[in-house]
Design a protein around this ligand. Structure first.
Ligand SMILES: Nc1nc2c(ncn2[C@@H]2O[C@H](COP(=O)(O)OP(=O)(O)OP(=O)(O)O)[C@@H](O)[C@H]2O)c(=O)[nH]1
Ligand SMILES: [Mg+2]
Length: 198
């Protein structure tokens, strides 16, 4: 899969206002600050496409980008941001749940996990939700450049082993670094395969 064009399309406050579901769609989700927007920029080779920030809570809406005029990438707000009121957290949860359960062209969700940490309850619980809603997902371990390869490998293994205790099948997973542009080709290859119905 080669990205020839990547353009920002629209930011939607809820599922109802998203663009017409007429093309395959891939969404990126995960904890606040895990690197969702940075990963989208890395995949598209454009540092300025999705807005990133060192302060968590940057992305607030459902952001659509149109790629090669034939599929969508979606940047979502992060979960688990502590400095947010209960009412805005509820609003966020409702927005995301509606989007994930009702968006009919949603082909795959990429759930981002910080490769620097051992398995976090909040991520494992989010995966259980996706399972309950029957949303297909892959895992993307991020910020691999911030730790040694050995630590990253250990954390990835721990995460998958933790999943193994309750999951019958393990999802596909990718190890990435937006800073080092690592993991891009494999993710784009999967999207290419899915777009062509393989
Ligand atoms: N070293 C390193 N830093 C990264 C990487 N990916 C993201 N970052 C940094 O992590 C911070 C958060 O990145 P974002 O892409 O804005 O994270 P996000 O998940 O979109 O955050 P929210 O929109 O707030 O939920 C920024 O300072 C990025 O530069 C990476 O692979 N390596
Ligand atoms: Mg973001």
């Amino acid at each position: 899969m080669i990205i020839k064009s990547a353009k920002y399309l629209i930011s939607s406050p809820d599922f109802e206002k998203c663009p017409k579901p007429d093309m395959p769609e891939y969404a990126f989700i995960g904890r606040s600050n895990v690197g969702k927007s940075s990963l989208i920029n890395m995949l598209c080779n454009n540092e300025k496409l999705a807005k990133t920030s060192s302060a968590p809570g940057k992305t607030q809406m459902i952001n659509h980008f149109i790629i090669n005029h034939e599929w969508y990438l979606v940047d979502l707000p992060g979960y688990g941001f502590a400095k947010v009121s209960l009412s805005s957290r509820r609003r966020w949860e409702q927005m995301i749940e509606n989007y994930l359960r009702k968006r009919e062209n949603l082909t795959m969700v990429f759930v981002l996990i910080d490769a620097r940490h051992t398995p976090q309850k909040i991520d494992l619980e989010f995966l259980n939700q996706l399972d309950k809603w029957q949303v297909p997902f892959s895992l993307v371990f991020t910020k691999a450049d911030k730790e040694t390869q050995a630590i990253v490998a250990k954390n990835v293994k721990l995460f998958l082993n933790t999943m193994r205790k309750t999951w019958q099948f393990l999802p596909r997973h990718f190890v990435t670094s937006a800073a080092k542009k690592m993991g891009k080709d494999k993710i784009l290859a999967l999207i290419g395969e899915m777009n062509s119905g393989e």
